[in-house]
Design a protein around this ligand. Sequence first.
Ligand code: GRG
Length: 303
Amino acid sequence: MRKQLAKRQEEVNAALEKVFAAGKNLPQQAIFEAMEYSLLAGGKRIRPVLLLEFAALGGLSAEDAMPFACALEMIHTYSLIHDDLPCMDDDDFRRGRPTSHKKFGEALALLAGDGLLTAAFEQMLSAESKAQPANRLAAAAEIASAAGCFGMIGGQVLDLADQKEKVRLEAEPYAAEKLTQINRLKTGALFRAACRGGLLLAGVREERYLSAAERFADALGISFQIQDDILDVTGNADALGKQTGNDEKQGKATYVALWGLEKAKSQVKRLTESALRELSVFDELGGAAFLSWLVSSLSERSF
Ligand code: GRG
């Protein structure tokens, strides 16, 4: 299973390396350099791997799903670049390197994010793939909606508003609900897009599969975010490729601040079990053994 993940990650990396190859000798090559600097800096490639696996459940090959997997990773990378900017989280390190604005300045970092977002749509609409046009459209619409104001951007807006007001940690049920509402959008939306998008791209339209994929992604997205909060406290900066302790420094409302480490860890376990249960319906499509392994190993990740 670990080998299968490494193989998938390599396939995604190889495809991402090709995306901007044509820009290298153009007068505006600086933007291609900046986009590749963040895109090819590593990263676990979880979202594209999820998309490829859900597409495979619907019988679509990794090759034909790859433009959409790349698009999702490009959207994710744009969000990291913009989230690190001084006007947002103001972070200096990401994926083991100085952040985009530290390396290229704010203006080019902003444009690198814009360029990646735009190129993601170009990938979905024009890259070679045998996926049916109607299925490409359905998957592209799913991903667009997840990345936009009903999804990730909406979550970021709520997060910024809450950082200003400071979520009231003492009122536990209220704060946990609020945090989950934010994270369902900020983190969960791209996970949902990966899982549902992969199925839609493969032409799967049965509601029982699409809704199981959605519940799976919701549970995985929140557990991934809780684990991210835990690692900000207990993780190693070298392994994570970014500074730790940032959440506390910025006084952020996180699951660890709200619950403490032990409860946060038990919630990761509970949500992982829920995610695993949702995969059973996919036995009808040949089974999701690799996805089960992936979800379990993500719950124990240290980076
Ligand atoms: C549109 C500016 C803007 C922001 C959207 C997604 C997001 C909000 C901000 C990114 C920062 C952040 C902490 C998001 C939470 C989701 C998360 C845990 C991101 C890290 O994802 P990984 O661990 O990163 O998959 P790699 O580097 O492995 O791809």
